[in-house]
Design a protein around this ligand. Structure first.
Ligand code: PAF
Length: 288
């Protein structure tokens, strides 16, 4: 496996290939990331992972400075997973001058849910992903794939729309969320949790699953006032989680296609973000 740090070095390495399959990450890798690499491997003739903690998507009060940087351990895991090339730029390699050009996603999708509680987050994500795509796919002459985890459900939708609207010749693939035995979605930020908190953290996915099923039953009953009743279900779910010691930003059920309020017959996804101690966890469950 080759490890390169600059866009120029990456291009030089990738010149020998036609079809990169790309997995962007911020490092501190767990088996959820490695599963994305496994998904990517058959999609191209070279598998590329990036490791870059992107300052642009962190608000000043968030954990940019303390976000774990574990490059050597990450590279060992990526090599074992069969990754061919790691792109691990320093900040000055990717942002040699302040990144004043930005990619701003539409407010209807990007200023709700995560974007509401983390203003500017999706602009930071889109800007770095667009730039990483330029670096990784610059030399490609065949099909181009990029793989993102469904755990960041809204991020995956934003990236899909960005690729579509900019007519980027890249196919976006979503990888299923990997979970611990108790249902806790794997996340780099789980490393911040104590062992008791890890046990308690399962409550987020349990709460989303039961909220999602209650919403589905409500909507399929086709009764008037389902919107108001759904809001009441969401409020109760939030209060129940908070009563266990969480501080919840949102627990909600949305239509999968655009993350807006669902109507009867829509495919549903339950999404949530909540803080356990100082750790903010997000999760989602597609309701079948
Ligand atoms: O999901 C992530 O880890 C990040 O948001 C991403 C896509 C690597 C961009 O920094």
């Amino acid at each position: 496996m080759q490890i390169v740090h600059t866009p120029a070095a990456l291009r030089e390495v990738l010149h020998a290939y036609h079809s990169p399959a790309f997995v962007p990450t911020m490092g501190n890798l767990h088996s959820g990331h490695l599963n994305l690499v496994t998904l990517a491997k058959p999609l191209g003739d070279v598998t590329v992972a990036s490791i870059f903690v992107n300052r642009l998507q962190f608000a000043p009060h968030e954990d940019f400075d303390t976000y774990p940087r574990t490059l050597q351990a990450d590279c060992d895991k990526l090599a074992a997973a069969g990754c061919d090339v790691v792109f691990a730029p320093a900040e000055a390699d990717l942002y040699p001058v302040p990144q004043t050009f930005k990619v701003t996603p539409p407010t209807a999708l990007a200023d709700i849910l995560e974007g509401h509680f983390r203003p500017g987050f999706f602009t930071g994500v889109c800007t770095v992903v667009m730039k990483l795509f330029q670096c990784v796919f610059a030399e490609a002459r065949g099909p181009r794939y990029a793989v993102f985890g469904k755990k960041d459900y809204q991020q995956l939708m934003v990236i899909r729309q960005m690729v579509e609207q900019f007519a980027l010749p890249i196919t976006i693939v979503g990888g299923e969320t990997q979970r611990a035995d108790n249902g806790l979605a794997l996340s780099s930020r789980n490393g911040y949790l104590s062992s008791e908190q890890r046990e308690e953290a399962a409550a987020l996915s349990i709460s989303l699953r039961s909220l999602g099923h209650a919403a589905q039953a409500l909507l399929s009953a086709h009764t008037a006032g389902a919107d108001v009743a759904l809001q009441a279900l969401e409020r109760v779910a939030l209060e129940q989680l908070n009563a266990r010691g969480w501080k919840t930003d949102y627990l909600t059920v949305r239509r999968r296609s655009d993350l807006q309020t669902p109507q009867a017959g829509d495919a549903l996804v339950a999404l949530g973000a909540s803080r356990l101690g100082n750790t903010r966890l997000i999760d989602n469950i597609e309701i079948q």
